[in-house]
Design a protein around this ligand. Structure first.
Ligand code: Z5A
Length: 216
C-alpha cells in the first residue's frame, strides 16, 4: 500500500526542475520527512543505461520515434518497481524529476503520437504510482534554452539528442504541458518559473504545505 507521497516535477528544459527539487527536498527533510530523489530517464541501472541510449546514442544509432516512446516507458517501469513503489510503501516521499507527463508532452504533443496511446502505455508503466502532485514549472522556450546554454559552459559538454530538436518542437512541448495542466487541475500545480529561484521555491513550498501539511 502507498503510504508516502509522490511529487513530480515537470516542464520544458531549463525550467529549473532539478534546482527546485533540491530546494523542496531540503524543506521536507527539515520537517523530518524521509525523501528519495530520482529522475527520468534513469534512476536505476537499467534506466541509466537507457538514458545513455536515448540522450547520447549509446547504442550507436538513433532510436526511431516508436522505440523512443518504449525506451522511456521501460526506464519508467523499472524505476516504479525498483525505487518508487518500495519507497512509497514504507512511507517515504519520492520527488521525481520528470515522470509520465514528460512522455505525453514530448512524444505525444511534441512528436505527434496520440495522447490516448501515450496515456495507455504510461498507465501500463506506472501502475499504482500515480503522482499525488505534479509541479509544472512553466518557462518560455527561449529563457529555458538560455539557462541551459549558460550551464553547458560549466557542466554538460553538449546538448543531448532531444534538447537539440528544433525550436518549434520545444514550443509544442510547452503548449502540451499547459494543456495537460488545464486538463488535470486536481493533480497539476502550474508555477511561473520565469523568476528568480527563491520566489519560485517559496510558491512551491506553499503549494506543498497547503496540500500535505494543512495543520501548519
Ligand atoms: N524526455 C522525453 O522526451 N520523454 C520522457 O518521457 C522523459 C524525458 C522522461 C531529459 O533531459 C530529456 O529527455 C529532456 C526531455 C526528454 N530533454 N529535453 N529537452 P535531462 O534530464 O538531461 O534534462 P531536463 O530534464 O530537460 O532538465 P534540464 O533542462 O537539464 O534542466 P532543469 O532540471 O529544468 O533545470 P536546472 O538543471 O535546475 O537548471 C538549469 C540551469 O538554469 C542551471 O544552470 C541552473 O542553475 C539555472 N537556473 C535554475 N533555475 C533558475 C532560475 N529561476 N533563474 C535563473 N537560472 C536558473
Amino acid at each position: 500500500m502507498k503510504k508516502g507521497k509522490l511529487i513530480t516535477f515537470e516542464g520544458p528544459e531549463g525550467a529549473g526542475k532539478s534546482t527546485q527539487a533540491a530546494m523542496l527536498i531540503a524543506k521536507l527533510e527539515a520537517k523530518g520527512v524521509e525523501v528519495i530523489y530520482t529522475r527520468e530517464p534513469g534512476g536505476t541501472k537499467l534506466g541509466e543505461a537507457i538514458r545513455g541510449i536515448l540522450q547520447y546514442n549509446a547504442a550507436g544509432e538513433d532510436p526511431c520515434p516508436e522505440s523512443e516512446v518504449l525506451l522511456f516507458e521501460a526506464s519508467r517501469a523499472q524505476l516504479v518497481r525498483h525505487v518508487i513503489m518500495p519507497a512509497l510503501e514504507r512511507g517515504a516521499w519520492v520527488i521525481c524529476d520528470r515522470f509520465a507527463d514528460s512522455t505525453t508532452a514530448y512524444q505525444g504533443f511534441g512528436r505527434g503520437f496520440s495522447v490516448e496511446l501515450i496515456d495507455t502505455i504510461n498507465h501500463f508503466a506506472i501502475g499504482e504510482a500515480v503522482p499525488d502532485m505534479t509541479l509544472l514549472l512553466d518557462v518560455n522556450v527561449s529563457l529555458g534554452m538560455q539557462r541551459c546554454a549558460k550551464r553547458q559552459v560549466g557542466k554538460k559538454a553538449q546538448s543531448d539528442r532531444i534538447e537539440s530538436e528544433a525550436l518549434e518542437f520545444h514550443e509544442k512541448v510547452r503548449r502540451g504541458y499547459l494543456e495537460l495542466a488545464a486538463r488535470n487541475p486536481g493533480r497539476f500545480r502550474k508555477v511561473d518559473a520565469m523568476r528568480d529561484a527563491l520566489p519560485i521555491a517559496e510558491d512551491i513550498w506553499k503549494l506543498v504545505s497547503d496540500a500535505f501539511f494543512p495543520e501548519d
